[in-house]
Unconditional design. Structure first.
Length: 164
């Protein structure tokens, strides 16, 4: 009975998946037909997705690493702040072993934000946790950018505006 139940379950899941794909394709085709006429297309609807679009002035950074993008955004969008690299939590008065903050954002020599570039398991490291605790004790927000994610310029700009 277990084998038969498993077989039925897999068949049902496959059938539901196929139906969902067909429905999405049908709706997409109808949408494309309707939006071929410019007059019918909403004013804010783009013809194609612009997720990969890079804002003007940042074209050279389209394939750059996250911290390079953050530094460029800071220089252009937030020129009033100073950006320091590899900031040790000992600068906040912490003692012990820590993971340095990838970037420290300062205003008048006062830390305003710390940024860490993290990887899959960085946040599980005790050194990371101790660094995070030191920032919290000092009352300075700490945010992460995951290196494996796209970290698009628009996302970085919006994220930094939340904290600065």
């Amino acid at each position: 009975m277990g084998f038969l139940d498993n077989l039925i379950s897999k068949s049902t899941k496959k059938m539901i998946s196929d139906i969902a794909k067909s429905a999405v394709n049908a709706v997409s085709e109808e949408w494309n037909k309707a939006t071929d006429n410019e007059a019918l297309r909403p004013a804010n609807a783009a013809r194609s997705t612009s997720e990969d679009a890079v804002p003007a002035g940042y074209e050279a950074l389209a394939d750059a690493m996250a911290m390079d993008k953050v530094k460029a955004v800071m220089q252009r969008e937030f020129p009033q702040y100073e950006v320091r690299e590899d900031v040790s939590p000992t600068t906040l008065g912490g003692t012990g072993r820590f993971l340095p903050y990838s970037l420290g954002i300062y205003e008048n020599n006062v830390p305003k934000l710390f940024i860490m570039q993290v990887y899959n398991n960085t946040c599980a490291s005790r050194y990371y946790r101790w660094s995070k605790e030191e920032a919290a004790k000092a009352g300075v927000p700490l945010i992460n950018f995951v290196a494996q994610y796209p970290n698009r310029i628009e996302y970085i700009i919006n994220r930094l505006h939340q904290y600065l």
